[in-house]
Design a protein around this ligand. Structure first.
Ligand SMILES: *[C@@H]1O[C@H](CO)[C@@H](O)[C@H](O)[C@H]1NC(C)=O
Ligand SMILES: *[C@@H]1O[C@H](CO)[C@@H](O)[C@H](O)[C@H]1NC(C)=O
Ligand SMILES: *[C@@H]1O[C@H](CO)[C@@H](O)[C@H](O)[C@H]1NC(C)=O
Ligand SMILES: *[C@@H]1O[C@H](CO)[C@@H](O)[C@H](O)[C@H]1NC(C)=O
Ligand SMILES: *[C@@H]1O[C@H](CO)[C@@H](O)[C@H](O)[C@H]1NC(C)=O
Ligand SMILES: *[C@@H]1O[C@H](CO)[C@@H](O)[C@H](O)[C@H]1NC(C)=O
Ligand SMILES: *[C@@H]1O[C@H](CO)[C@@H](O)[C@H](O)[C@H]1NC(C)=O
Ligand SMILES: *[C@@H]1O[C@H](CO)[C@@H](O)[C@H](O)[C@H]1NC(C)=O
Length: 521
């Protein structure tokens, strides 16, 4: 922490305490964890930070940190069945996401926290808004409400094709709803991926955007133009790091700050510390993260995990589950298994005894595992999980378990394979080294860019960083229209040439044929 502070102090401060709003509508705790790091760093730089979001109170209130809780969203979040994503087609998943976004947004507009913010005095202004736009435009009305201050969008996920398009970034990637594309994928499969990705972009930028705009108009009693508000977002912060995601081109208005949330491990609290310090045979962490509760497994599957872990006599298993130890189905739990409602995952991962993380494959967990050099077993459920776990498999950094085949034998064998074969940890170590070797930490970079926008009066989209393509549309910007025109022109000219040749040949042939006929007679 001290190191980070020192680094932050190196900047010559030319921006005096600005009034900054940070806001997200989702009930995924990971979003608070990620942006919370930046919020803290900004308060240390003397800015006045207001955080509006479900978990805003995760950090203590102070004279520089003002949480506004959008309450009740969690209930809506848990009404949605996450395992439905496992069995649904990409098209259905696209629709499920839309339903989810709409319900979360509706709930946000109804929340007391949001309304408190909305009813701030008319003359109150924020100098800058940092807004989560991972799921779309739900919070755009705040841009207008506070007189269109500088706005930076952020997403704790990798760059999606939708956001790429919104910011005029030309690099093409396929929708996260599709299976990761094999470099040897067949042509037809690539056509399908391309069409689906374009469809998703169209769906999100029209159906999704307009339905949320309609909701906002009705709920907030104003007429918004979401397309117009979108233009005033200058920059996009994404949770990307070249070798963790596909290396790709990024326009200067997209700032990759992959692993923003990762800190150097700190000493573990009390009892956990002594247990982990003594576990010199190795530690396995089993956690489905902060966004998925373990009841998606059902009792039987949990018992399979418990029995498999029981067989790893020498190893200590730290299991994060949201129920208390004595409510757990595995009542006669052996002493090598610790069940906790919450574990300081980053700090446990950082302990030298930790060898393995069993995770769904959320981006934040994968980044933490790589940073600390811990092997991974993936249990992907939705969205980016599949892509992240494929990354792990392709590079021999871990293995995968199939959600529909979580038998005791499968779990035990997979865990054992990782613990027995050092190759996974060795590979992870190499990646950890690469990940840590950066010119500046992601946090320092993020703080720099926030203050850059404030310093340089980057009104209406830091226009000097915005590529033309953002407002031209990718169709025109990539000269696709011209290429299409040229291809059609070439085809038409070819057809004309062929037709003319045919005509000429026919003219030449006819007299010859007539002559031949005459000869026969
Ligand atoms: C800091 O933010 C809080 C909460 O939004 C606000 O009430 C307060 O007026 C702000 N302080 C300054 C100096 O702008
Ligand atoms: C969730 O969806 C899965 C797959 O469609 C289904 O098997 C399960 O019964 C659903 N759970 C609930 C609580 O509706
Ligand atoms: C929107 O949210 C409110 C408050 O939670 C709820 O009463 C209402 O039914 C929701 N609307 C729809 C269409 O779900
Ligand atoms: C906003 O208006 C109120 C009363 O209308 C006034 O007391 C207050 O000083 C104003 N605040 C600012 C920042 O101008
Ligand atoms: C793709 O095909 C080439 C040649 O057939 C092969 O060498 C390579 O391993 C394949 N790559 C993948 C990822 O399957
Ligand atoms: C909605 O806005 C109009 C015009 O600004 C106003 O007359 C009306 O009272 C508002 N309605 C509500 C419910 O706030
Ligand atoms: C479950 O896993 C076992 C062992 O890996 C395998 O033999 C079996 O085919 C799998 N079953 C399904 C339905 O995938
Ligand atoms: C920022 O630029 C806008 C438009 O160019 C101008 O109206 C505004 O006064 C400037 N603000 C500051 C603080 O320089």
């Amino acid at each position: 922490m001290l190191q980070v502070l020192k680094l932050l102090l190196i900047f010559v401060s030319t921006v005096h305490g600005a009034n900054i709003l940070i806001t997200y509508e989702t009930a995924r705790r990971s979003h608070q964890i990620w942006i919370g790091e930046l919020a803290q760093a900004l308060t240390k730089r003397g800015h006045n930070i207001t955080v509006g979001g479900v978990f805003a109170r995760a950090l203590p209130e102070s004279d520089k940190y003002h949480p506004l809780v959008y309450e009740g969203i969690f209930i809506t979040h848990y009404k949605f069945n996450k395992s439905e994503h496992l069995t649904s087609s990409p098209l259905r998943r696209m629709y499920l996401n839309h339903e989810y976004n709409w319900a979360i947004c509706n709930r946000t507009y109804h929340s007391k926290g949001f309304n408190e913010l909305w009813n701030y005095p008319d003359n109150f202004t924020f100098d800058l808004i940092l807004m989560d736009i991972t799921f779309g435009p739900c919070l755009y009305p705040l841009i207008e409400r506070f007189g269109r201050p500088y706005t930076i969008g952020f997403t704790p996920s990798a760059l999606t094709p939708y956001l790429s398009e919104k910011f005029g970034n030309p690099s093409y990637s396929i929708s996260p709803l599709l299976d990761p594309e094999d470099p040897n994928a067949s042509f037809l499969y690539r056509v399908y991926n391309y069409l689906f990705t374009k469809l998703e972009i169209l769906f999100k930028s029209h159906v999704d955007t307009l339905s949320l705009q309609y909701l906002a108009n009705r709920m907030l009693n104003r007429t918004f133009n979401f397309y117009d508000l979108e233009r005033s977002i200058s920059l996009l912060f994404v949770n990307e790091y070249p070798f963790l995601n596909e290396p790709k081109s990024l326009t200067p208005n997209i700032i990759p700050i992959g692993g923003l949330h990762i800190k150097k491990e700190e000493e573990l609290p009390g009892i956990l510390n002594s247990i982990i310090a003594n576990a010199n045979q190795g530690i396995v962490i089993f956690s489905t993260g902060t966004d998925i509760q373990q009841h998606i497994f059902g009792e039987e599957t949990k018992m399979n995990f418990a029995r498999a872990f029981d067989k790893l006599v020498q190893k200590t298993v730290v299991w994060k589950d949201n129920i208390d130890d004595d409510e757990h189905p595995f009542r006669d739990k052996p002493s090598n298994i610790l069940i906790h409602k919450w574990i300081p995952q980053n700090d446990v991962l950082g302990h030298v005894h930790t060898k393995l993380l069993i995770t769904t494959g959320s981006t934040l967990s994968i980044q933490e595992a790589i940073y600390h050099g811990v092997a991974v077993i993936g249990l992907p459920i939705y969205d980016e999980h599949h892509k992240n776990i494929q990354f792990i498999l392709d590079r021999n950094l871990g293995l995968k378990l199939d959600f529909n085949n979580l038998t005791e034998e499968n779990i035990y064998e997979t865990v054992n394979r990782i613990l027995k074969n050092p190759i996974y940890l060795e590979n992870m170590e190499k990646y950890a080294w690469k990940f840590r070797d950066q010119p500046q930490s992601a946090l320092v970079k993020a703080v720099y860019w926030v203050e850059y926008v404030l310093r340089h009066n980057a009104t209406q989209g830091a226009d000097f960083l915005t590529p033309k393509a953002r407002f031209l549309g990718s169709f025109k910007a990539s000269y696709f229209d011209v290429e299409l025109f040229l291809i059609i022109a070439v085809i038409i000219s070819l057809i004309v040439v062929v037709k003319v040749l045919e005509l000429v040949l026919n003219q030449v042939k006819k007299p010859i044929e007539k002559k031949n006929e005459k000869k026969k007679q």
